[in-house]
Every structure is written in C-alpha cells, then in structure tokens.
Write a protein that binds this ligand. Structure first.
Ligand code: BTN
Length: 330
C-alpha cells in the first residue's frame, strides 16, 4: 500500500495549513479536525519543516505555512514573467483532475494562444500512453494552450520544443546535468524528473489547438510515489537537497518555452532538434520501443528532421519510429 498511513496523515496536516492561506492555526484545532493527538500533529509539522516546507510558529501552540515560499502565486508569477504572450493569462488551481483537461476546455471555449493552466496538485494527472501521472503537492504541473500555424503532422515537434525548454531551465537554473530520453523524458542520471504530454485537436487537416502539458517533480516527496515509479524517478529537491522556488522554476520555464516556440514558429525546428541531440541520452544506446502489445529492439542511431527515432535493427536495416514508449536496455 502507498503512501503509508503516516505520510497520508502528514499530508492532511499540510492540507489543513494550506487551507488557512497563511494564517496561524492552533495545534489543538488541527488535532481535533484530524482526530489525532496534538503530539502527532507536532511530529508531522516537525517532519514537514525537515522536508523544507516553510512552516512557522509564533509560539509552539500555533503554526502557519508561508505561502510565498510554498505555493506558486499566480499574480506574483504574472508580474515577474518577462514573456510577451505565454502566461499573460494564468488559470491557477489548488487541485484539478488534470491541467491538460482544463486547458482543453478553455481552448474549446476560444482561449487565446499562450494561456497557461497551473495546479498545485492533480487528482487524475495524465501521462503518455494512457498512463496516470502521479501529481502530489510540491510538483510543477502546468499546461499551455498553443495555436500554431502549422500542419497537424508537425505537432510532435512541439514536444521536442517543450523538452528542450525544460532541459535548458533545469540546467541553467540549478546547474544539474540533464539529459533527454526520446522523445521527451527529462532525466537526471537516468531518473526521470520531468515529462511532457502534447495533445492535439484538429479541424480538416489544420490545427485547432494544441495543449502542451509539462510535469516537473520539483519538490515532490518521492515517498508519495508508488514503489515501482520511485526507483526510476527523481525530483529537483532530491538532487539539490533543498526545496526550490517553484514560482521561479515555472517563470524560467515559461520564458525559455516562449523563446523556443518563437524559434519553432520561425521555421527553425532544426535548431531545436540540434539542441535536443546534445541533450539526448538515447542516441547510441540499445533501446526497446513498445507500442500497444508489440515491441521492437535496435540501436538508436539518430533522430530525423521530424523528430522520429531511427533504429538500426540486428539485420542492419534502418527503421523509423514515430511514436512509442522507449526503454534504454544497456
Ligand atoms: C509523461 O508521461 O511523461 C507525460 C507526463 C505529463 C504530465 C503533465 S502534468 C501537467 C499536465 N497535466 C496532465 O494531466 N499531464 C501533464
């Protein structure tokens, strides 16, 4: 079972502090609400502080969460953003099913290009290949509405565009050595720290809108992930051994993304792909690509101009892979 009962209760204490929006809350009030002894509340608060949550106390009887350090504050983010259209309108939620779904609804209602949806947590976060994306508090979960003037066939290129923007952000801001697993998993030493899900809506061979969803395990407590994910996942907090400001992370990402997306719109996808190639952890490796129930193995020898992976099979022939789940096998 995961997460264990202690972690669940600690999260409930955290939720209670969140709900009070930066006001002091009495320990005995939390204890009564959660039906646990005051001593347990104090223990949970102690471990939240150890994890880097900005929990303060005036006396030892009441505590509050410093929102500025802990939450992504949308108004502040908007004021600090130096973009010209990405994130000029931000829809911010404490919790949603999936930011991609919210963005889709907004796009259907006619929202402009560049509208961003951010949530502190997602109940039904979506990953690639229909997998769930576990999205507890502490992550950066966001979706961007795009309306590029290009053919639907070029939509996967936006995944590369977002991937390079995410890799640049993590490398430049935190000095971490990041790589990309084809097509778009951002890795730190072979562990995934960020995933990208691009969803497309078309109308008679034209793009109506694209939703690019980005999930970064920023301050995610890895204990909150199921064990089978935990061994292949890392977080920025785990790598840096301290909490990061997710507001700064989101700001830098959106700024880098706008630069890359402008490059894409100027028809310079080859520049983006060249950057991607420098980050690639897949080219030169033996890989297994899964699609549905089938799979194919080979050596990844390159990506072509559309971003398709080129595999050299055992018989020496080359195979172009447009989509699928990639696993490094050596
Ligand atoms: C992957 O499987 O690697 C893609 C994960 C994408 C997760 C992000 S989190 C924000 C956005 N909303 C979702 O439901 N999914 C994406």
């Amino acid at each position: 079972m995961w997460p264990n009962a202690g972690v669940k209760m600690k999260n409930k204490v955290l939720e209670t502090l969140y709900e009070k929006k930066g006001e002091y809350v009495l320990v005995d009030e939390i204890a009564q609400e959660l039906e646990i002894p005051e001593s347990s509340v104090r223990e949970h608060i102690k471990s939240l502080i150890n994890e880097g949550y900005a929990v303060e106390s005036s006396s030892n009887k009441e505590f509050k969460l410093d929102e500025e350090l802990t939450l992504i504050l949308p108004h502040k983010l908007k004021n600090q953003l130096s973009t010209s259209y990405i994130g000029k309108e931000i829809h911010y939620f404490r919790e949603v099913d999936s930011t991609n779904e919210v963005a889709k609804r907004l796009a259907k209602e006619g929202a402009d290009e560049g509208v961003v949806v951010i949530a502190e947590s997602q109940k039904r976060g979506k990953g690639r290949h229909g997998k769930p994306w576990i999205s507890p508090l502490g992550g950066a979960w966001m979706s961007i509405i795009l309306r590029p003037d290009t053919l639907p066939i070029n939509a996967p290129q936006l995944t590369f565009t977002a991937g390079v923007a995410a890799a640049d952000t993590i490398k430049e801001e935190y000095g971490l050595d990041v790589g990309i697993k084809w097509p778009n998993d951002i890795l730190i030493e072979n562990k995934k720290v960020c995933g990208i899900l691009t969803e497309l809506s078309t109308e008679i061979n034209a793009i109506d809108y694209i939703i690019t969803g980005i999930g970064i395990d920023a301050n995610v407590d890895l204990e909150l992930l199921p064990p089978e994910l935990r061994e292949h996942t890392t977080s920025l907090k785990r790598e840096l051994e301290e909490d990061i400001s997710r507001m700064l992370l989101v700001k830098k990402f959106l700024e880098n993304f706008e630069k890359m997306y402008d490059e894409f719109n100027r028809g310079n996808f080859s520049n983006i792909l060249n950057k991607w190639r420098k980050y690639s952890k897949t080219i030169g490796r033996n890989v297994e690509i899964r699609k549905g129930t089938g799979f194919i193995r080979g050596e990844a020898v390159g990506v072509n101009n559309e971003g398709a992976l080129i595999l050299e099979l055992d018989d020496g022939s080359l195979k172009k892979i447009i989509s699928g789940e990639c696993r490094h096998i050596d």
